[in-house]
Write a protein that binds this ligand. Sequence first.
Ligand code: ASP
Length: 338
Amino acid sequence: MADRRTFLKDSILASSLLLATPARATAAVKRASARVVSTWDFGVAANAAAWEILSKGGRALDAVEAGARVPEQDLRNHSVGRAGYPDRDGRVTLDASIMDEHGNCGAVAAIEHIAHPISVARRVMEKTPHVLLVGDGALQFAIEQGFAKEDLLTPESETAWRAWLKTAHYDPVANSEVKSDQATPAGGVRGDARNHDTIGMLALDAHGNLSGACTTSGMAWKLHGRVGDSPIIGAGLYVDNDVGAATSTGVGEEVIRNVGSFLVVELMRQGRSPEDACREAVARIIKRKPHGVKDLQVGFLALNRHGDAGAWAIQKGFSYAVCDASKQDALIPAKSTF
Ligand code: ASP
C-alpha cells in the first residue's frame, strides 16, 4: 500500500513536472525581441520614450502611450497635441486612438483643451463600455478623469492661422519631410511637414504582445468638427495580436474610405510582408482616385507579430523611425508609388 502511495505521489509529481516543463519551454520560445516603430522623423524621440518601457520588459500598451505623449507635448510640432494648428475657426481639436493585444480599443475625436488625447483614449478603453467619445462629451469625460483643461493654441499657431485667414483657402497638400520653398495657397509650404502629420506608433513587447497608438491635430484649417482617420479603429490604427499591427498618416479621408489599417493587417494575415501589405493598401487608394492622387499623401506603417516592419506611401518623403535592441534611432525612408 505504502509503495502504491509512493508510486502515485511520484507519478503525480512527475506529471506535474512534465506539464510544467513544456509550458516554460513554450514561454521561452514565445519570448520576442521587443521593437517599436513610428511614423515620421519625430518618431525617433517618441520611440526613445517607448523603448524605456520595452527594454525593461514592459507592456507594449504602456510603451505606445508613453511614446505618443512625446510629440503631443512638443511645442515645435504643429500637427500633434498642444501647439497643433487649429481648424478654420481657430480651435485646436485633437484625434487619438489606442489598441491593445486583446483587441481592446479606445478613442477620442475632435476633443479640445486636453493636451494628451492619447491618455484619454486609453481611459475610454479601460474605464468605459465605449470605444469612441467625441467633442464636448470627450472633454467632459477627460475632466471627470482628472485631466486639466488648457488652452492649446500657442501664439505661433495663432499667427499661422491668422496668416491663413487672409486667403482662407483649404488645400491639403501632399505632405512629406522633403522640404521645398514652394508656397501653397494654404499659407504653408508644399511638402511642409508642419501642416498635417500624425504619430502612429506600433510596438511589440518581449512577451510577444502588440499594441498601437495614433494621435494628431489632423488637417490644419479643417472645418470645425472634422474627424480624420486617426481615431477611427480600422482606419488610422488596427492591431491583431495573431497577425500584426498597422497605422497610417496623410489625408485621413482617403484612409477612412479604404479602411486602411484593417486592410493592411488582413493582407498580412494572407501572408504578405508588412511592406507589401502597405503597398497594396496604397494601391487601393490610388485605384479609387486615379485622377488627383499625385497631390495626395497617404503612408502606411506595419509591424507583424514577428517584429518585421515595413511601410509604403503614395509620394516620396514619408519615413518611419525604428527602435530595438540593436539600434535606437534609425529613421528609414519608406518606398512610394510615385
Ligand atoms: N491622418 C491625419 C488626418 O487626416 C493627418 C496626417 O497624418 O497628416 O487627420
